[in-house]
Design a protein around this ligand. Structure first.
Ligand code: PGA
Length: 252
């Protein structure tokens, strides 16, 4: 057993109107938290301020789904870390596979986004994950290591203190296909070994590594039972209050 506090995070992606977001966060504030996990939700930008306001006084923390690398400027449609923080985000996802594959965020861009978030004291949930093709070619660990190395390039262990890593195999996101707990554990153990090598064993031991990709009320217990899985990043089921509540209150 480790003493890392587990994290259950919900990524609402491009879902929910203001009213739907308000209903969902209000329900979640009543969800209970028997395992004393850290609970995080990442609404879309339009709902961020409202959700942050409604979550005030609860233990739910609010994350942005992404931030731009500049503080302000002529970047139509983008949201800066200053704006995300101002709206109530204490954390941000960076490098979600949909940002990488749909919007073309490269390791270099992600590295600048991490810098921007850290500069403003926004905690980073840095996402990594391999495609099905890469897994089938036996390249999973190599791909993850390269995403970590390049995305987090030039930061010291002190700067990265508190960073959260999310392992999300691209083939398991939104597909209903979940990595087996053994597959998740294998990658998580390797991520931790990489962090020990690149930074220090103490840093690796303290860093929370979340699993994401079709986490459900029906599989969360077995995934959370793995020693190097410190939490879950949940998409689809985080939009359904009672499902997400069950995930938060996973059985040990
Ligand atoms: P999913 O999404 O739970 O719907 O597979 C996970 C994620 O993309 O964070």
């Amino acid at each position: 057993m480790t003493n890392r506090t587990p994290i259950i995070a919900g990524n609402w992606k491009m879902h929910n109107t203001l009213a739907e977001s308000a209903d969902l966060i209000t329900a979640l504030t009543k969800a209970g938290n028997k395992n004393h996990v850290e609970i995080i939700v990442a609404p879309s930008y339009t709902s961020l301020a409202k959700v942050a306001e409604l979550a005030k006084g609860s233990e739910i923390q609010i994350a942005a789904q992404d931030v731009h690398w500049e503080d302000k400027g002529a970047f139509t449609s983008a949201v800066s870390p200053v704006q995300a923080k101002d709206a109530g985000a204490a954390l941000t996802l960076i490098g979600h596979s949909e940002r990488r594959s749909v919007f073309g965020d490269t390791d270099e861009i992600l590295n600048k986004k991490v810098a921007a978030a850290l500069r403003h004291g926004i905690k980073v949930i840095f996402c990594v994950g391999e495609t099905l093709e890469e897994r089938e070619a036996g390249k999973t660990l190599e791909v993850i290591e390269s995403q970590l190395k390049n995305g987090l390039k030039d930061f010291t262990e002190e700067q990265l203190n508190g960073i959260i890593i999310a392992y999300e195999p691209v083939w398991a996101i939104g597909t209903g296909k979940t990595a087996t707990p053994e597959q998740a554990q294998e990658v998580h153990a390797n991520v931790r070994a990489y962090l020990a090598k690149a930074y220090s064993p103490a840093f690796a031991e303290a860093t929370r590594i979340l699993y994401g990709g079709s986490v459900k009320d029906s599989n969360v217990d077995e995934i959370m039972a793995k020693p190097d899985v410190d939490g879950a990043l949940v998409g689809g089921q985080s939009l359904i209050a009672d499902k997400f509540a069950r995930i938060i209150n996973f059985n040990k």
